[in-house]
Design a protein around this ligand. Structure first.
Ligand code: FES
Ligand code: FE2
Length: 368
Protein backbone atom coordinates (compact mmCIF):
# COMPACT_ATOMS: atom_id res chain seq x y z
CA UNK A 1 0.00 0.00 0.00
CA UNK A 2 1.24 3.45 -0.89
CA UNK A 3 2.31 5.57 2.05
CA UNK A 4 -0.21 8.29 2.75
CA UNK A 5 0.95 11.86 3.18
CA UNK A 6 -1.86 12.98 5.45
CA UNK A 7 -2.37 12.09 9.08
CA UNK A 8 -5.02 9.71 10.46
CA UNK A 9 -8.52 11.12 10.87
CA UNK A 10 -9.91 12.44 14.13
CA UNK A 11 -12.80 10.63 15.80
CA UNK A 12 -15.34 12.87 14.10
CA UNK A 13 -13.69 12.49 10.70
CA UNK A 14 -13.27 8.70 10.99
CA UNK A 15 -14.93 6.75 8.21
CA UNK A 16 -14.83 3.20 9.57
CA UNK A 17 -14.63 1.26 12.82
CA UNK A 18 -10.85 1.01 12.86
CA UNK A 19 -10.38 4.73 12.32
CA UNK A 20 -12.98 5.41 15.02
CA UNK A 21 -11.42 3.13 17.63
CA UNK A 22 -7.86 4.32 16.92
CA UNK A 23 -8.87 7.93 17.54
CA UNK A 24 -11.26 7.36 20.46
CA UNK A 25 -10.34 8.50 23.93
CA UNK A 26 -11.33 6.71 27.11
CA UNK A 27 -14.29 7.81 29.13
CA UNK A 28 -12.88 9.96 32.00
CA UNK A 29 -15.71 9.02 34.37
CA UNK A 30 -13.71 6.08 35.75
CA UNK A 31 -10.79 5.66 38.12
CA UNK A 32 -7.46 5.41 36.30
CA UNK A 33 -4.17 4.14 37.71
CA UNK A 34 -1.57 6.86 37.13
CA UNK A 35 1.47 6.00 39.24
CA UNK A 36 2.82 3.69 41.93
CA UNK A 37 2.14 4.78 45.48
CA UNK A 38 5.81 4.31 46.43
CA UNK A 39 6.99 6.54 43.56
CA UNK A 40 5.87 9.80 45.18
CA UNK A 41 7.48 10.77 48.46
CA UNK A 42 6.16 13.44 50.87
CA UNK A 43 7.04 16.83 49.44
CA UNK A 44 7.28 15.51 45.86
CA UNK A 45 5.23 16.59 42.86
CA UNK A 46 5.00 14.88 39.45
CA UNK A 47 3.10 15.51 36.26
CA UNK A 48 0.68 12.80 35.10
CA UNK A 49 -1.46 13.00 32.00
CA UNK A 50 -4.86 11.64 31.10
CA UNK A 51 -5.77 12.06 27.44
CA UNK A 52 -3.81 15.31 27.02
CA UNK A 53 -4.98 16.73 30.34
CA UNK A 54 -2.03 17.49 32.54
CA UNK A 55 -2.42 16.92 36.27
CA UNK A 56 0.00 17.88 39.08
CA UNK A 57 0.04 14.99 41.54
CA UNK A 58 1.76 15.69 44.83
CA UNK A 59 2.16 14.31 48.31
CA UNK A 60 1.92 16.80 51.14
CA UNK A 61 4.21 16.67 54.13
CA UNK A 62 1.29 14.96 55.93
CA UNK A 63 1.69 11.97 53.56
CA UNK A 64 -1.61 12.58 51.77
CA UNK A 65 -1.79 12.67 47.98
CA UNK A 66 -3.49 15.48 46.12
CA UNK A 67 -4.14 16.08 42.43
CA UNK A 68 -4.72 19.52 40.95
CA UNK A 69 -5.08 20.92 37.48
CA UNK A 70 -1.53 21.42 36.27
CA UNK A 71 -1.55 25.15 35.67
CA UNK A 72 -1.04 28.24 37.71
CA UNK A 73 -3.99 30.62 37.42
CA UNK A 74 -1.54 33.53 37.04
CA UNK A 75 0.40 32.79 33.86
CA UNK A 76 -0.49 29.16 33.29
CA UNK A 77 2.86 27.62 34.20
CA UNK A 78 2.68 23.99 35.15
CA UNK A 79 2.35 23.64 38.90
CA UNK A 80 4.35 20.42 38.65
CA UNK A 81 7.37 22.70 38.06
CA UNK A 82 6.77 24.17 41.49
CA UNK A 83 7.22 22.98 45.04
CA UNK A 84 5.17 21.31 47.69
CA UNK A 85 4.81 23.62 50.67
CA UNK A 86 3.32 21.76 53.64
CA UNK A 87 0.11 20.42 52.16
CA UNK A 88 -0.09 23.04 49.42
CA UNK A 89 1.58 23.55 46.07
CA UNK A 90 3.52 26.66 45.12
CA UNK A 91 4.19 27.84 41.57
CA UNK A 92 7.85 28.22 40.68
CA UNK A 93 7.52 31.60 38.93
CA UNK A 94 5.98 34.22 41.25
CA UNK A 95 5.39 31.83 44.12
CA UNK A 96 1.60 31.78 44.17
CA UNK A 97 0.42 29.06 46.49
CA UNK A 98 -2.70 26.87 46.18
CA UNK A 99 -4.33 24.76 48.88
CA UNK A 100 -5.63 21.23 48.35
CA UNK A 101 -8.95 22.61 47.14
CA UNK A 102 -7.06 24.46 44.41
CA UNK A 103 -7.70 27.85 46.00
CA UNK A 104 -5.05 30.56 45.84
CA UNK A 105 -3.96 31.19 49.43
CA UNK A 106 -0.68 33.08 49.19
CA UNK A 107 0.95 35.55 46.82
CA UNK A 108 4.42 36.43 48.08
CA UNK A 109 4.88 39.72 46.24
CA UNK A 110 3.44 43.22 46.08
CA UNK A 111 -0.18 43.39 44.95
CA UNK A 112 0.22 46.91 43.52
CA UNK A 113 -2.86 48.08 45.35
CA UNK A 114 -5.02 45.29 43.89
CA UNK A 115 -7.27 43.02 45.91
CA UNK A 116 -6.03 39.49 46.62
CA UNK A 117 -7.13 37.54 43.49
CA UNK A 118 -9.98 35.12 44.19
CA UNK A 119 -8.82 32.35 41.90
CA UNK A 120 -8.96 28.59 41.93
CA UNK A 121 -7.63 25.71 39.88
CA UNK A 122 -9.45 22.39 39.48
CA UNK A 123 -8.80 19.35 41.67
CA UNK A 124 -9.26 15.62 41.12
CA UNK A 125 -10.28 12.82 43.49
CA UNK A 126 -7.32 10.57 44.38
CA UNK A 127 -7.18 7.11 45.97
CA UNK A 128 -4.54 4.49 46.66
CA UNK A 129 -5.23 0.79 46.15
CA UNK A 130 -3.13 -2.27 45.24
CA UNK A 131 0.02 -0.13 45.49
CA UNK A 132 -1.25 2.15 42.72
CA UNK A 133 -2.41 5.76 42.78
CA UNK A 134 -5.79 6.24 41.10
CA UNK A 135 -7.24 9.50 39.80
CA UNK A 136 -10.80 10.21 38.71
CA UNK A 137 -10.30 12.62 35.79
CA UNK A 138 -13.99 13.03 34.86
CA UNK A 139 -17.11 14.26 36.60
CA UNK A 140 -16.10 14.22 40.27
CA UNK A 141 -19.71 13.70 41.38
CA UNK A 142 -19.42 10.18 39.96
CA UNK A 143 -16.22 9.32 41.83
CA UNK A 144 -18.13 7.56 44.61
CA UNK A 145 -20.48 5.80 42.21
CA UNK A 146 -17.78 4.27 40.05
CA UNK A 147 -15.50 1.83 41.81
CA UNK A 148 -11.90 0.77 41.48
CA UNK A 149 -12.10 -2.97 40.60
CA UNK A 150 -12.36 -5.29 43.58
CA UNK A 151 -9.40 -7.70 43.72
CA UNK A 152 -9.83 -9.63 46.99
CA UNK A 153 -6.75 -11.78 46.20
CA UNK A 154 -4.55 -8.68 46.52
CA UNK A 155 -5.77 -7.53 49.91
CA UNK A 156 -5.70 -8.88 53.43
CA UNK A 157 -3.41 -11.23 55.31
CA UNK A 158 -3.47 -14.11 52.82
CA UNK A 159 -3.02 -12.07 49.71
CA UNK A 160 -1.43 -13.68 46.70
CA UNK A 161 2.05 -12.85 45.52
CA UNK A 162 1.85 -10.20 42.84
CA UNK A 163 4.12 -8.91 40.12
CA UNK A 164 3.40 -5.30 39.25
CA UNK A 165 4.80 -4.09 35.94
CA UNK A 166 4.23 -1.03 33.84
CA UNK A 167 5.17 0.15 30.39
CA UNK A 168 4.74 3.38 28.49
CA UNK A 169 4.23 2.49 24.88
CA UNK A 170 3.89 4.76 21.89
CA UNK A 171 0.61 3.20 20.88
CA UNK A 172 -3.08 3.98 21.11
CA UNK A 173 -4.82 2.39 24.11
CA UNK A 174 -7.17 0.39 21.87
CA UNK A 175 -4.20 -1.43 20.36
CA UNK A 176 -3.20 -2.57 23.84
CA UNK A 177 -6.71 -3.74 24.68
CA UNK A 178 -6.81 -5.67 21.38
CA UNK A 179 -3.40 -7.15 22.09
CA UNK A 180 -3.95 -8.43 25.62
CA UNK A 181 -7.14 -10.35 24.84
CA UNK A 182 -6.52 -11.51 21.28
CA UNK A 183 -4.58 -14.78 21.35
CA UNK A 184 -4.12 -15.00 17.61
CA UNK A 185 -0.68 -13.43 18.22
CA UNK A 186 0.84 -16.58 19.80
CA UNK A 187 3.41 -16.44 17.01
CA UNK A 188 4.92 -13.26 18.46
CA UNK A 189 5.60 -15.15 21.70
CA UNK A 190 6.87 -18.35 20.08
CA UNK A 191 9.91 -18.21 22.34
CA UNK A 192 7.94 -17.98 25.62
CA UNK A 193 4.72 -19.84 24.67
CA UNK A 194 2.35 -18.19 27.21
CA UNK A 195 -0.64 -19.53 25.22
CA UNK A 196 -0.60 -21.92 22.29
CA UNK A 197 -3.26 -23.36 19.96
CA UNK A 198 -5.87 -20.93 21.23
CA UNK A 199 -9.46 -21.55 20.09
CA UNK A 200 -12.05 -18.95 20.97
CA UNK A 201 -14.88 -20.85 22.66
CA UNK A 202 -17.02 -17.97 23.92
CA UNK A 203 -17.33 -14.25 23.40
CA UNK A 204 -20.13 -11.93 24.38
CA UNK A 205 -20.82 -8.34 25.27
CA UNK A 206 -22.91 -7.72 28.36
CA UNK A 207 -23.32 -4.07 29.27
CA UNK A 208 -19.87 -2.54 29.40
CA UNK A 209 -18.07 -5.90 29.57
CA UNK A 210 -16.80 -8.14 26.78
CA UNK A 211 -16.12 -11.60 28.17
CA UNK A 212 -14.34 -14.31 26.24
CA UNK A 213 -12.77 -17.73 26.74
CA UNK A 214 -10.15 -19.70 24.91
CA UNK A 215 -9.27 -23.33 24.96
CA UNK A 216 -5.51 -23.03 24.99
CA UNK A 217 -2.39 -24.46 26.57
CA UNK A 218 -1.27 -21.89 29.14
CA UNK A 219 2.37 -21.41 30.19
CA UNK A 220 4.07 -24.14 28.18
CA UNK A 221 7.35 -22.30 27.69
CA UNK A 222 10.64 -24.04 28.48
CA UNK A 223 11.12 -22.21 31.79
CA UNK A 224 7.59 -21.04 32.65
CA UNK A 225 6.34 -24.60 32.01
CA UNK A 226 8.52 -25.86 34.84
CA UNK A 227 6.77 -23.61 37.36
CA UNK A 228 3.14 -24.07 36.32
CA UNK A 229 1.50 -26.57 38.65
CA UNK A 230 -0.72 -28.51 36.28
CA UNK A 231 -1.95 -30.84 39.03
CA UNK A 232 -3.62 -27.92 40.80
CA UNK A 233 -4.52 -25.55 37.98
CA UNK A 234 -6.53 -26.20 34.88
CA UNK A 235 -4.19 -24.76 32.27
CA UNK A 236 -6.27 -25.84 29.28
CA UNK A 237 -8.39 -22.76 29.10
CA UNK A 238 -8.42 -19.11 30.02
CA UNK A 239 -11.20 -16.61 30.66
CA UNK A 240 -10.68 -12.96 29.87
CA UNK A 241 -12.68 -9.79 30.08
CA UNK A 242 -12.53 -6.27 28.79
CA UNK A 243 -14.26 -4.77 31.78
CA UNK A 244 -14.31 -1.23 30.53
CA UNK A 245 -11.91 0.52 30.88
CA UNK A 246 -9.90 -2.33 32.46
CA UNK A 247 -8.94 -5.83 31.34
CA UNK A 248 -8.30 -9.08 33.21
CA UNK A 249 -7.59 -12.76 32.71
CA UNK A 250 -8.15 -15.84 34.84
CA UNK A 251 -6.57 -19.26 34.41
CA UNK A 252 -8.23 -21.88 36.60
CA UNK A 253 -8.82 -19.37 39.43
CA UNK A 254 -5.10 -19.66 40.27
CA UNK A 255 -3.25 -17.49 37.77
CA UNK A 256 -4.71 -14.07 37.17
CA UNK A 257 -3.90 -10.62 35.95
CA UNK A 258 -5.41 -7.16 35.67
CA UNK A 259 -4.35 -4.60 33.11
CA UNK A 260 -5.04 -0.92 33.71
CA UNK A 261 -4.41 1.42 30.82
CA UNK A 262 -3.75 5.13 31.23
CA UNK A 263 -4.43 6.83 27.90
CA UNK A 264 -1.92 9.69 27.87
CA UNK A 265 -2.69 10.96 24.40
CA UNK A 266 -3.66 9.72 20.93
CA UNK A 267 -0.47 7.72 20.55
CA UNK A 268 0.90 7.19 24.05
CA UNK A 269 -0.39 4.81 26.70
CA UNK A 270 0.99 3.79 30.04
CA UNK A 271 -0.13 0.34 31.07
CA UNK A 272 -0.03 -1.09 34.58
CA UNK A 273 -0.16 -4.88 34.86
CA UNK A 274 -0.75 -6.78 38.07
CA UNK A 275 0.00 -10.50 37.72
CA UNK A 276 -0.82 -12.66 40.72
CA UNK A 277 -0.49 -16.36 41.33
CA UNK A 278 -1.62 -18.96 43.78
CA UNK A 279 -0.30 -22.17 42.29
CA UNK A 280 3.26 -22.33 41.11
CA UNK A 281 5.43 -25.35 41.91
CA UNK A 282 9.08 -25.97 42.56
CA UNK A 283 10.51 -27.16 39.20
CA UNK A 284 10.81 -30.95 38.71
CA UNK A 285 8.69 -31.59 41.82
CA UNK A 286 5.04 -31.48 42.72
CA UNK A 287 5.67 -29.18 45.64
CA UNK A 288 3.69 -26.01 45.64
CA UNK A 289 5.85 -22.92 46.16
CA UNK A 290 4.78 -21.63 49.58
CA UNK A 291 3.30 -18.18 49.67
CA UNK A 292 6.28 -16.74 51.60
CA UNK A 293 8.71 -17.90 48.91
CA UNK A 294 6.49 -16.83 46.05
CA UNK A 295 7.47 -13.18 46.34
CA UNK A 296 11.11 -14.05 45.77
CA UNK A 297 10.33 -16.46 42.92
CA UNK A 298 8.29 -13.79 41.20
CA UNK A 299 10.99 -11.21 41.74
CA UNK A 300 13.32 -13.49 39.80
CA UNK A 301 10.72 -14.53 37.21
CA UNK A 302 9.70 -10.97 36.45
CA UNK A 303 12.88 -9.78 34.64
CA UNK A 304 13.47 -13.23 33.15
CA UNK A 305 10.03 -14.13 31.87
CA UNK A 306 7.18 -11.71 32.38
CA UNK A 307 8.84 -8.41 31.43
CA UNK A 308 10.52 -9.77 28.27
CA UNK A 309 7.25 -11.40 27.21
CA UNK A 310 5.29 -8.17 27.58
CA UNK A 311 8.09 -6.20 25.95
CA UNK A 312 7.39 -8.22 22.81
CA UNK A 313 3.82 -6.92 22.93
CA UNK A 314 5.20 -3.40 23.36
CA UNK A 315 7.35 -3.72 20.24
CA UNK A 316 4.35 -5.07 18.32
CA UNK A 317 1.85 -2.39 19.35
CA UNK A 318 4.34 0.43 18.76
CA UNK A 319 4.95 -0.98 15.28
CA UNK A 320 1.19 -1.28 14.80
CA UNK A 321 0.80 2.41 15.71
CA UNK A 322 3.43 3.37 13.16
CA UNK A 323 1.79 1.11 10.58
CA UNK A 324 -1.61 2.64 11.28
CA UNK A 325 -0.32 6.20 10.95
CA UNK A 326 1.16 5.34 7.56
CA UNK A 327 -1.68 3.16 6.27
CA UNK A 328 -4.85 4.20 8.03
CA UNK A 329 -6.76 3.84 4.80
CA UNK A 330 -5.73 0.24 4.17
CA UNK A 331 -8.57 -2.31 4.03
CA UNK A 332 -9.57 -3.77 7.38
CA UNK A 333 -8.74 -7.43 7.81
CA UNK A 334 -9.71 -8.48 11.32
CA UNK A 335 -10.46 -12.14 11.90
CA UNK A 336 -11.03 -12.46 15.64
CA UNK A 337 -14.70 -11.63 16.35
CA UNK A 338 -13.89 -10.71 19.96
CA UNK A 339 -11.69 -7.85 18.70
CA UNK A 340 -14.74 -6.40 16.95
CA UNK A 341 -16.53 -6.34 20.30
CA UNK A 342 -13.62 -4.66 22.14
CA UNK A 343 -13.50 -1.98 19.50
CA UNK A 344 -17.26 -1.42 19.47
CA UNK A 345 -17.25 -1.03 23.25
CA UNK A 346 -14.40 1.51 23.21
CA UNK A 347 -16.17 3.53 20.51
CA UNK A 348 -19.54 3.39 22.27
CA UNK A 349 -18.07 4.55 25.60
CA UNK A 350 -16.25 7.44 23.93
CA UNK A 351 -19.42 8.47 22.10
CA UNK A 352 -21.30 8.37 25.40
CA UNK A 353 -18.72 10.73 26.86
CA UNK A 354 -18.82 13.10 23.88
CA UNK A 355 -22.61 13.20 23.96
CA UNK A 356 -22.61 13.96 27.66
CA UNK A 357 -20.06 16.72 27.13
CA UNK A 358 -22.12 18.22 24.33
CA UNK A 359 -25.23 18.36 26.50
CA UNK A 360 -23.30 20.02 29.30
CA UNK A 361 -21.75 22.69 27.10
CA UNK A 362 -23.15 26.17 27.78
CA UNK A 363 -24.68 27.94 24.81
CA UNK A 364 -21.97 29.63 22.71
CA UNK A 365 -21.68 33.35 23.40
CA UNK A 366 -21.00 35.65 20.53
CA UNK A 367 -17.58 37.26 20.77
CA UNK A 368 -18.29 40.09 18.36
S1 FES B 1 2.90 32.05 36.85
FE1 FES B 1 2.53 31.05 38.69
S2 FES B 1 2.88 32.54 40.15
FE2 FES B 1 3.06 33.59 38.32
FE1 FE2 C 1 1.08 -10.85 23.95
Amino acid sequence: MKQSLSSPPTFLEAKNRRQKVRSAGMNPDYWYAVEYDHAIKPGQVVEVKFWNTSIALYRGQDGKLRAVENRCAHRQLKLSLGEVDGCNIRCTYHGWQYDDEGKLVDMPHDSFGNRFPACKVGTYPVKVRYGLIWIFPGDATLADVRQIPEIPELEGKNRWACVPLDFTWRAHHSMIIDNVSDFSHAYLHRQYRPFVDAKLTKFEEIGDHVTLSYDTQVGTGKISGLFVDRTRVNTNSMDLCYEYPYQWSNTGDKIKHWCFVLPIDERTTRTFFLFYFNALKIPFTNIKIPQWLMKLVLKIANPLLIRPLLSQDGIAVEAEQEGYENHFEAPIIELNPAVHLFQQLTIRKWEEHLNKKQHKQPAMKSIV
